[in-house]
Design a protein around this ligand. Structure first.
Ligand code: PMP
Length: 424
């Protein structure tokens, strides 16, 4: 595989961009090679600056559920661009997007649009605090909710309640109101409620964890979170930035039949353009400025081009009967192949069109299980696939995203390469 042009671009990039990238995972650090610089993408394929073609399972980390540059979406976007890129004033498009979201996801009685998932979560937590008049939140180890200060924490292994910032530049004081529990461990949540109950504004969770690789909620875990929050006057926030409109039209809330109080969204609702959203119960969202006293704003919020891409994408999803079943079928085929050909070297979690192979011999249901994965072996698997035209996440603790554009042929070619890797 010729990577001369990517190498050249990387040398240029590092001069003016930290690490040469605008988001750390793109640097390919954990797979030990120079990042590929992308030139274009179409359907299931992505092409780098050297002209190499790959079947893409990163799907821009989720938004590209219809594949890349789907005609209806790009045509609508081009038309929208001709009408001006941003006005900083209300438009009908925002209403249409909020209406579609609320039809597909009934828990979203009201929606506020913004420009990223990070902003969505940061704002949802602010309104949860404003509404309850409480300061503390519970998050789960291994769940990612964007890079706002208070959420960049995981538990110190000794004491779950002492949240230590993961990043330099986050004052310890900023994370003192963040409590960390264990995903899929009800006791860890009960203990925090026993100690801090009346101070807890919200529990935030990725209903299906997808940022430590894909980890499914155990039976009863999400209903338990629904009950314990309600019993304690705290709110339940589902971070559906990944699962929203991906698992089902109504996301994880529909899949698991749970109504959270607030939901955060991103990725798919922008159809590939920068977007985020948070929303949920009307009485809570009425606290948001200018109705209420929880301040939150944005110059590009509800951007006409992003909302156009989002509306078109969601309309295609909801008007394509069987699309979610087809997406899942493809993911199942990959998951089953991985299980069969890896002969116990890999544990695979799959749900809907999300899956992750973990290079470990044990079942993966917790963060500790995840951490038994052999990241060096993942790196060698990644490089083997890449050299053969298959682009998966350049890090073990991420998901594979299946899109509508992945053809049967794409999936069987991928299965063949996976089989070759394990039979080497
Ligand atoms: N929440 C979840 C569950 C995410 O996966 C992500 C990003 N991958 C975010 C929040 C942050 O979104 P963004 O990168 O758009 O800020």
């Amino acid at each position: 595989m010729n990577t001369g042009r990517s190498e050249e671009l990387y040398r240029r990039a590092v001069e003016h961009i930290p690490g040469g990238v605008n988001s750390p995972v793109r640097a390919f650090r954990s797979v030990g090679r120079t990042p590929l610089f992308i030139d274009r993408a179409k359907g299931s394929r992505i092409y780098d600056a050297d002209g190499n073609e790959f079947i893409d399972y990163v799907s821009s980390w989720g938004p590209a559920i219809l594949g890349h540059a789907r005609e209806e979406v790009t045509e609508a976007v081009i038309k929208a661009c001709e009408k001006g890129l941003t006005y900083g004033a209300p438009t009908e498009k925002e209403i249409i997007l909020a209406e579609i979201i609320s039809e597909m996801m009934p828990s979203m009685e009201m929606t506020r649009l913004l420009s990223s998932g990070t902003e969505a979560v940061m704002s949802a937590i602010r309104v949860a605090r404003g509404f309850t008049g409480r300061d503390m939140i519970i998050k789960f180890r291994g769940c990612y909710h964007g890079h706002s200060d208070g959420l960049l924490v995981k538990a110190g292994s000794a004491a779950l309640t002492t949240a230590v910032p993961d990043s330099a530049g986050v004052p310890a004081g900023f994370t003192q109101t963040t409590l960390v529990a264990e995903y899929n461990d009800a006791t860890s949540v009960e203990n925090l409620f026993a100690q801090y109950g009346a101070q807890i504004a919200a529990v935030i969770v990725e209903p299906v964890a997808a940022n430590m690789g894909v980890v499914l909620p155990k039976d009863g875990f999400l209903p338990f979170l629904r009950k314990i929050t309600r019993d304690n006057g705290a709110l339940l926030i589902f971070d559906e930035v990944i699962t929203g409109f991906r698992l089902l039209p109504g996301g994880a809330s529909e899949y698991f039949q749970i109504s959270p109080d607030l939901i955060t969204l991103g990725k798919i609702i922008g159809g590939g353009m920068p977007i985020g959203a948070y929303g949920g119960r009307r009485d809570i969202m009425e606290k948001v400025s200018p109705l209420g006293n929880v301040y939150q704003a944005g110059t590009l919020s509800g951007n006409p081009v992003a909302t156009t891409a989002g509306i078109t994408t969601l309309n295609i999803l909801r008007n394509s009967p069987g699309i979610y079943e087809e997406l899942e079928q493809k993911a199942k085929q990959l998951a089953n192949t991985l299980r069969q050909v890896s002969k116990g070297r890999v544990w695979v979690n799959q749900i809907g069109s999300l899956l992750s192979p973990f290079f470990t011999g044990i079942p993966v249901t917790t963060y500790d299980d995840v951490m038994t994965s052999d990241t060096r072996e993942y790196a060698s698997y990644f490089n083997y696939l890449l050299e053969r035209g298959i682009y998966i996440a350049p890090a073990q603790f991420e998901a594979m995203f299946i899109s509508d554009a992945h053809s049967e042929e794409d999936i069987s070619m991928t299965c063949k390469v996976i089989e070759e890797y394990f039979n080497r």
